[in-house]
Design a protein around this ligand. Structure first.
Ligand code: DC
Length: 221
């Protein structure tokens, strides 16, 4: 079974995805980490955000995702990909069709034959249109920025809610307006607004839906 969880930044996707995977005994896939790894590679090589220039470098990149980590060409980049500069760069490489096709193909290969929860922006719409269970999380922009700021502050970064909000608005706009696989709910996704929910409530809501879907699938089989 493939479960997709899409939505904008700061909506709680990563935490919800990992918790659901643990509870269900599924694997999970953080596709944002893959865009971040590509962005880091391009920043380091000083490649301009141009589809042809970036496409020429993609064959040199090997991205591996051991549990909880991200490796780029044999180097652990788990921490390096979380910087604000890489966040911005990731939403810029994510506009490029060559990058989206390159990563979508890897994502389909990783998920093949598995029970897996895949989180991102286009998992239910573009990468896994056939997924059995699709969710789209959303929340008030200021609430998302406040959550994200608290998380970054806990990791020792000096940020304000205002600076996170400005950065987030720019990324959300870019993610929603791009031509290929923009951020939007799949027609058959369950949209969950997490503004006034705790993470536990979100996880429970989604878990209930997935288990019901699993039971339904067994009945039908
Ligand atoms: O979820 P995240 O913040 O780690 O994602 C980083 C960037 O990658 C984000 O700006 C949008 C892009 N992204 C995407 O376009 N499609 C995905 N499936 C996942 C992430």
């Amino acid at each position: 079974m493939i479960v997709t969880i899409d939505g904008p930044s700061g909506v709680g996707k990563s935490t919800v995805t990992k918790a659901l995977a643990t509870r269900l005994g599924f694997d999970y896939l953080d596709t944002g980490a893959m865009y971040r790894a590509v962005a880091l590679a391009m920043l380091r090589r000083n490649i301009p955000w141009d589809d042809a220039a970036v496409a020429a470098v993609l064959p040199e990149l090997t991205i591996e995702l051991p549990p909880g980590q991200v490796w780029l060409n044999g180097e652990d980049v788990s921490a390096a990909i979380r910087s604000p500069a890489v966040s911005q760069a990731a939403s810029q490489v994510a506009v490029l069709p060559s990058v989206r096709r390159f990563l979508a193909e890897q994502q389909r290969r990783i998920a093949a034959g598995k029970n897996i929860v895949c989180e991102g922006r286009d998992q239910g719409t573009f990468v896994f249109p056939q997924a059995e269970c699709k969710f789209f999380l959303q929340a008030d922009a200021r609430v998302r920025a406040a959550r994200r700021a608290a998380e970054l502050q806990a990791h020792g970064q000096t940020v304000t809610v205002e600076s996170v909000l400005a950065d987030q608005e720019q990324r959300d706009r870019r993610d929603a307006l791009r031509e290929l696989a923009p951020l939007r709910p799949a027609a058959d996704a369950l949209v969950v607004d997490t503004t006034n929910l705790t993470l536990e409530q979100v996880i429970e809501t989604l878990e209930r839906v997935i288990r019901a879907r699993q039971a339904g699938a067994v009945d039908e089989g």
